[in-house]
Write a protein that binds this ligand. Structure first.
Ligand SMILES: [Zn+2]
Length: 237
């Protein structure tokens, strides 16, 4: 059976002498794996379709459990992401998060569209902010919403110096005084990335790094997931 799907390459692996296996995040079918035959040979027509971050309409042939890519029409190769090491690792963190949070065959159209727009934003502007925005949305869509509004103890609005309790996965106000201290800049940066009102006066040069570290710790506490590219990216910041 032949079928078409819009998909984004999350991961690639060599297979045999000339082939590759790609993990695709498809709009219509969710996450799936497919083989690309002969793409490691010089001049192979589908070489582009086995590159990281490739967004294309893939034509797949399905036989039993196995998919083979028989054609692809490029939508966006997101080339600027391959020319800058920071952008590359931020983008690899985004695709790594998708790979880690998605189960095979579960359709998640909103996450797919967010992933594509996140990569586009990384090409054009500040990749750390685009990554944090995507990270928060991906947590939300995967059932791990992080509340940035109110204290997990007394319900007061969060302001000033707050604490974050990893075990309970929530912020606490200064009055309740629980969790590890979180700087004001980190909280305001996260609020900005979540599309909430925020106070820009508190943002610092290291707010993005601190916010991404907090999200990474939260993700691994909630899910045991570790995204290697995210460690690399945070180390670069
Ligand atoms: Zn409180």
């Amino acid at each position: 059976m032949l079928y078409k799907t819009d998909a984004l390459v999350l991961r690639t692996a060599d297979y045999g002498e000339n082939d590759k296996i790609v993990t695709l995040f498809s709009l219509q079918y969710g996450k799936l794996s497919a083989a690309l035959k002969g793409v490691k040979k010089a001049g192979a027509k589908l070489k582009f379709a086995a590159q990281p971050f490739c967004f294309a309409e893939y034509v797949l042939a399905r036989k039993g459990e196995h998919n083979t890519v028989t054609g692809a029409a490029l939508t966006d190769g997101f080339y600027p992401l391959r020319e800058d090491i920071g952008k590359f690792y931020a983008a690899a963190s985004l695709t790594g998060l998708c790979d880690a949070l998605l189960y095979d065959g579960i359709v998640n159209e909103e996450l797919f569209l967010r992933a594509v727009s996140g990569l586009r934003e990384m090409c054009e502007g500040a990749e750390e902010e685009a990554l944090a925005c995507f990270f928060l949305k991906a947590l939300d869509l995967s059932g791990y919403r992080l509340s940035l509004e109110s204290c997990g103890g007394c319900g007061a609005s969060l302001a000033g110096r707050v604490g974050f309790d990893l075990r309970r996965g929530c912020f606490f106000c200064g009055e309740c005084g629980q969790g590890a201290g979180v700087s004001e800049g980190t909280l305001q940066f996260l609020r900005k990335c979540a599309g909430m009102p925020f106070d820009g006066r508190f943002l610092r040069a290291d707010s993005a790094k601190r916010a991404l570290k907090l999200l990474r710790a939260y993700l691994s506490a909630e899910t045991d997931v570790r995204v290697k590219a995210l460690d690399e990216y945070i180390a670069l910041l």
